[in-house]
Design a binder for this molecule. Sequence first.
Ligand code: TA6
Length: 252
Amino acid sequence: MGVTIAEDRVVLSTSTSSAVIYFTGATITSWVKAGREMIFLSNTAVLDGTKAIRGGIPLVFPHFGAKEGSKLPQHGFARLSSLKSLWPYDFKLIYTVTLTEDSLKSSLASHNTGSASFSFTSLFHSYFVVENISNARVKGLNGIKYNEIIRNKTDFPETSDLVGITEELDRRYFNVPSDAIAIVENGETVVSIKTKNFADVVVWNPWIEKSAGMSDFEEGGYKRMLCVEVGQIGTPVTLEPGENFVQEQILQ
Ligand code: TA6
């Protein structure tokens, strides 16, 4: 196992795998397993710390999405900074990345170090590489209820065990089993995702128009990426003073 620390990132390596974690938001930007890059990073992503990184595994904390009536930015601040002014609580986040020859584990420990309780939602906003989005499927969601943000569908039961993407898709699945999810392409498992204390899964592909509207999303990038994001977004976590909570994803 090797660890190399550069000015803006840490590089982990084993005999058959490697991972890169940028200090900006502790964002994993690469995971190479058996010579294959598993993580999508837009080739127009901003990596200088002035903007959340487009791609990789951005950390979403303390709020997934846009929080009405709050100064919090979309998806919170953890993926870009630690601006406590935006969120008046005393807390500590310990993020641990563990690389083995065939897996990558991310563990987020949230601690309430203050005297007031607080609630949060959190999510690993994972962008995965697919060879061709037309051949990619998300396996393991059959029967799970979801909200489809684009089409304003709520509480809709998934009826397919292999969810395909043929247009912009932005779905939030709630109460997903912890060892059920995988990305499959041409019948082969690309990556399996196991979780701890993340009950929900977001599946997102911006497709043509939405991705063209993002300056840091490479042209045509939607064809080679798929976001499958494990999170706790339906029911927020509440931490009393002194409490902590550990959430994990294991990618294989
Ligand atoms: O996780 C899906 C989503 O919430 C989409 O609605 C889209 O907004 C995406 O996140 C990217 O958000 P960002 O703030 O990174 O541009």
